[in-house]
Design a protein around this ligand. Sequence first.
Ligand code: HEM
Length: 471
Amino acid sequence: HRIPVPPGPYRLPIIGNILSVPKHAVWKTYAEWAQMENSTSLLILHITHNKFFGQLSVVINTKKALKELYEGRSSVYADRPQFMTHKLMGWDFATPLMPYSDEWRIQRKIFHQTLHSRASPVHHPVQLEKAGLLMKSLYDEPHEFARHMRRYAASIALLIAYGYEIEPNDDHLIRVSEEALFILSHPLTAGELPVNAIPALRHLPQWFPGAGFKIRAKRCMELVTEKQNTPWEYVKHNMAKGTARHSVASSQLELNELRAGGMQGENNIKHALAVFFAGKPNLLRAAHRVLALVLHLVVQQRARLELDNVVGRGRLPTFEDRPLLPYVTAVCRETLRWQVALPLSLAHSPTRDGVYAGMFIPKGDVLVMWALSINSVQYPDPESFKPERFLTAEGILNKNEVQIASGLGRRNCVGMHMANATIWIMMASLLANFEISKVKHEHGNEIPVEIAYTDSIVRFIMYTTHSGIHG
Ligand code: HEM
């Protein structure tokens, strides 16, 4: 009782300080609060404290604190808070949302075996091939850039995970997967919060006032099941026929047979792969990167100059060029930071009471997150798009690898090497081939690009219909 909890806005009885938490771009407000309270010494904010109206949330606001808690005390901070809504939506199998458990360890190992830093270059040929196809599609249909970008990321994930080639036009699986992630990452409504506090409320009929979330949850469950089963059955069917392409699924299934892992082993592979494909294409969604480019012509020019010097005009960039293209890599890092896909990352939950910097952090359903990508101490003038942040004065890449975008400690992102390579080759190819500019009216005036983001945990870009980008 004598140790203070982290400071935060004034808390009312019962509802805590939920009224101070804005409906939109909540991470921006967290970052502002931290600055008001002097973020260099103050590290954590206590946001709400009532399970009914939102959990107790602690926001880590410096990289030092993040490292000390997530890496230094990694065994305490490796758990995730559990929500009944995830279960009802069918997402509770997913590695990123699982409790810190034996099942999580098995799934994490499956990811690690195929995606760790030395294993990840095995996938470069697929990434290179798909980047080449993307360039061709953009050349043929530049106005369809958003669709082509989305297909690019999904085609890589599906080919690597299942040896599955997506349909030439609109692939049903991509739509299923995107909708399932959209529902999951949408903010909880007032009706949904109580079911996390009192799980028995899940038995209420869906017509009951406040129980409407059950309709959304049921729809999500159907999508998640389809997303898991369809590509899985495709691999199993092709393996039985002896026509399966080499993929993570086929090699893991072979390993499972050798180890006599049985159905349980198969289920673990199936679940891990569903995450591989599920959310990740969305995180990779390249529309963020195009947005950055269209709004920053000077960045495009500088990158093109570097590419012209290193790659020339006669071929497409390859991964061998990567060490010689630091500015292009800096552009990729800045796109990860500037419009971060998971601004508050995924929540962690401490398994033990603890004290940090003289402040008490209780164990249990506490959400520990961070809002660091727009922290002005770490990234001065955070709203500006400046790839130079990641370069030394000599133009060499500095050591800041935007770890904040992928997390630290035992629950950090296992797909980051693959994600970085997918983004890098797309960005280098795009910059080498295209000048990306705004579409013009018939009278020659540029049409402004109006873009909004959803306020979900994973941010989705929404384009207005009259916007356009011309390649
Ligand atoms: C730009 C792309 C990506 C970003 C920004 C990103 C970001 C993140 C973040 C912030 C976390 C949570 C870290 C934490 O809790 O400390 C995470 C976890 C995870 N990511 Fe990624 N990710 C990306 C791509 C991928 C890809 C391509 C894959 C797989 C193919 C992947 C697989 C995972 C998994 C399995 C976890 C859960 C780890 C765990 O809970 O043990 N990610 N990612």
